[in-house]
Design a binder for this molecule. Structure first.
Ligand SMILES: Nc1ncnc2c1ncn2[C@@H]1O[C@H](COP(=O)(O)OP(=O)(O)OP(=O)(O)O)[C@@H](O)[C@H]1O
Ligand SMILES: [Mg+2]
Length: 324
């Protein structure tokens, strides 16, 4: 990837956002554990550069099999997320389009997850791409399998997502100097607007909670979408995962109107009242605007650039919905 591939907001192209260790950079004990556990030498390791987490994410070719491995040091701040992912992935009902978790555990000081390998690519969400329909259809249809929530004990959306997805109220407390004209003029109204959806966040569905193109894989046939990275699940209202596509559709060239039109044919989209969607758009815009101003987490150099681009898309969506 060359520097030219970064956009004007400093975001790298989709799929090239993570900085991860190569197989050879891993501690020998971890490599030895994996080869012994897998019962085969690793013939080839393809590090996956989608996502942001600085842990191991590699497709491993074995002598007669393939697996996908994620791993992070036990003492890393994100290790708990890996355990949540293992707990969730291992309990998803049959039929949910997600890779089977083969094993998880800790060894040599690392938290390790081993999945079936999925051959494929990230979806192209540009206007006219058939992947848009494939992804929206997968997200809408999985609602039936995930309702009622099959994993008891998950936190509710009102205790997780609503604490995360907001920003304008926080920015209002101490408005940054570099807010643009529109953001500054509407800051009070945006701070009011971004809370309405929270009353409608709860529900009976298992919500993935982190739907982004790099957490979706279009399989080799080109007609099936698989959902990976179940590290932020909650129990909530069923409209959320499909609605999370909107900013990503805008980032890849849809107008807000076109993005919503694509989703309108899927039942999950119409479960939210229009004012809830408007508030949700504002909440995403606020969240990304707020987070993009934070210092970069260690080992995650591209997250803030991505969030600047995502904020711009969510603001475009909010402008469209509010007419402001
Ligand atoms: N079972 C799988 N088979 C093949 N590739 C996979 C599989 N699961 C994930 N991937 C690829 O690996 C990348 C990283 O995996 P994943 O999204 O699970 O972790 P992460 O990116 O570290 O987490 P985050 O998105 O929170 O940064 C994905 O973007 C995807 O391209
Ligand atoms: Mg991911």
């Amino acid at each position: 990837m060359s520097f030219d591939s970064f956009d004007r907001l400093g975001a790298p192209p989709l799929g090239f956002t993570a900085v991860r260790p190569s197989w050879d950079e891993l501690p020998r004990e971890l490599r030895d554990f994996l080869t012994t556990h897998l019962g085969s030498p690793v013939v080839r390791a393809d590090v996956q550069s989608g996502g942001f987490t600085p842990g191991v994410a590699a497709r491993l070719t074995l002598t007669s099999d393939r697996v996908f491995v994620k791993a992070i040091p036990d003492d890393h701040v994100l290790a708990a997320k890996y355990l949540v992912e293992a707990e969730t992935s291992g309990r998803l009902p049959h039929g949910v389009p997600s890779p089977r978790l083969r094993w998880h555990g800790t060894a040599t000081g690392w938290t390790i997850l081993i999945f079936d390998d999925v051959e494929g690519r990230h979806p192209d969400l540009a206007p006219g791409s058939p992947d848009v329909h494939t992804v929206a259809s997968a997200l809408s249809s999985m609602v039936a399998l995930l309702t009622p929530n099959p994993i008891p004990g998950l936190p509710f959306a009102s205790a997780t997502r609503t604490h995360q997805l907001h920003g304008w109220r926080d920015l209002l407390l101490s408005p940054p100097r570099d807010l643009d004209n529109w953001e500054g003029r509407h800051l009070h109204a945006l701070a009011d607007l971004e809370t309405r959806w929270m009353r409608d966040a709860d529900g009976a569905t298992l919500v993935h909670g982190d739907i982004r193109p790099d957490n979706l894989i279009i399989t080799a046939s080109g007609t099936t979408a698989v959902v990976v990275d179940w590290a932020q699940p909650c129990q909530g209202a069923a409209w959320q995962d499909i609605t999370d596509l909107v900013p990503h559709l805008i980032m890849t060239g849809h107008s807000p109107e076109a993005a919503e039109k694509v989703l309108a044919e899927f039942p999950a989209w119409s479960l939210a009242a229009p004012e809830v969607i408007t508030s949700y758009a504002a909440a995403f815009a606020g969240y990304w605007t707020r987070m993009s101003r934070q210092p970069a987490p260690p080992g995650v150099p591209h997250l803030r650039g991505y969030q600047r681009r995502a904020a711009a898309a969510a603001i475009t969506w909010t402008m469209y919905r509010t007419g402001w």
